[in-house]
Design a protein around this ligand. Structure first.
Ligand code: LMR
Length: 396
């Protein structure tokens, strides 16, 4: 049965890790995957996580099956974080949340459920978007098309084109939106633009699926949920995938959630019953450890504050690396204006480097970036930033 199997291409992002790990150069730098490294080039184990893990280890809880949708403690913690503790949606029982295997897992169960609800819909993702969005919705059986988003000339959003496109979509189409820290461009909508997107979604009867994998990496936990606040106030029904991979530095624990906003408490009960069937036939129920850690951090005033401080530290360090890279490129006489790197938000910069330049960075310097020119600023540190700036200046 395997004789005719063809070799699949490597994943455009995680495949870079495989090549990076096989590279023996000691100066190598992995700017490919969206992972936060500290100034020593290590993935941090946050203090708040360490404290919650210590308590959990000492309590030595049994490892029974979790509920199919995860525990109430975790799911309610997620809801309060993404919608706000005093959200009217929560008081009205209009949000269904299920723990998922990271943000990707949340997208997957959301996509599978949407395929049951809207089997003939087309999914629209931003141009460009995270590489896995297309693959994931196609794997769920949807045709995937794009709406205009990034404007290479301004390094920002071509909002007029985006709006014009949304106004033409067939009712019932699914629109995938990035809540903040747009991946890969770092170009976000402002509150006024979000209001216009919501109006277009209402007008055309579209279904929004909001991906929020980087809450806290632009301006802060509260500031970064502006899109969700506006959607919540709109009265619309929508989907949200969220993730603690980055914000809790818990990548490998696969801790995320799918939240579905319904019209009524009664609808929520029915939607949850269906979502549980989707989960049960995918992976049965979620793992215990990561979700338990996140739930206990979010429930403790002290640990929650410690986590927010640590998240702010990550955010500020990335910003310092953005400024540092721009200054260092200018100091190397690079003619092109790179100041846009400071304006971009989140972990990534869409540098405008060509695929050939990215290839040279890899071949000549052992610096890995996504072939689209996306680099992860969170992998820069005070020890490798000069090397990276030298290399970028050279390939330019
Ligand atoms: C990324 O975009 O690099 C991250 O979201 C990691 C991933 O799964 O692709």
């Amino acid at each position: 049965i395997f004789a005719a199997v063809e070799m699949a291409p490597r994943d455009p992002i995680l495949g870079l890790n495989e090549s990076f790990n096989a590279d023996t150069r000691t100066t190598k730098v992995n700017l490919g995957v969206g992972v936060y490294f500290d100034d020593n080039g290590k993935i941090p184990l946050l203090g708040a996580v360490r404290a919650a893990e210590k308590t959990r280890l000492e309590a030595a809880p049994p490892r029974g099956y979790q509920p199919i949708e995860g525990t109430p403690a975790y799911n309610q913690g997620v809801q309060k974080l993404i919608f706000g503790a005093d959200s009217a949606l929560l008081a009205d029982g209009r949000v269904v949340t299920a723990q998922a295997l990271g943000g990707t897992g949340a997208l997957k169960i959301g996509a599978d459920y949407l395929k049951q609800l809207l089997p003939n819909a087309t999914v629209y993702i931003s141009d460009p978007s995270w590489e896995n969005h297309r693959a994931l919705f196609e794997a769920a059986g949807f045709p995937v098309a794009t709406y205009p988003y990034y404007d290479a000339a301004t390094r920002g959003v071509d909002f007029a084109a985006m709006k014009a496109c949304l106004a033409t979509l067939t009712p019932g189409s699914i629109v995938l939106l990035h809540a903040c820290c747009h991946n890969p461009t770092g170009a976000d909508l402002d509150a006024a633009q979000w209001a216009e997107v919501i109006a277009a979604i209402r007008e055309r009867n579209l279904v929004a699926f909001i991906d929020m994998a980087y809450q806290g990496f632009a301006d802060g936990i509260t500031e970064d949920k502006v899109a969700l606040d506006l959607f919540a106030a709109s009265g619309l029904q929508f989907f949200v995938s969220s993730s603690f991979s980055k914000s809790f530095s818990l990548y490998g624990e696969r801790v995320g959630a799918l939240s579905i906003v319904t019209a009524t408490r009664d609808e929520s009960a029915r939607v949850l019953s269906q979502l549980k069937r989707v989960i049960r036939t995918n992976y049965s129920n979620p793992p215990t450890h990561g979700g338990a850690i996140v739930a206990s951090v979010l429930a403790s005033t002290e640990l929650r504050q410690q986590w927010e401080d640590e998240l702010a530290g990550m955010r500020l360090r990335i910003r310092a690396m953005r400024t540092g890279l721009v200054d260092k490129l200018a100091a190397r006489g690079v003619a092109q204006d790179f100041s846009f790197v400071v304006r971009q938000r989140g972990m990534f910069s869409y540098t405008g480097l060509s695929a050939a330049q990215v290839e040279r960075l890899k071949a000549e310097y052992g610096i890995y970036a996504v072939s689209t020119g996306r680099i992860c600023l969170a992998a820069l540190n005070t020890k490798n930033i000069d090397y990276v700036a030298d290399a970028i200046a050279a390939v330019l």
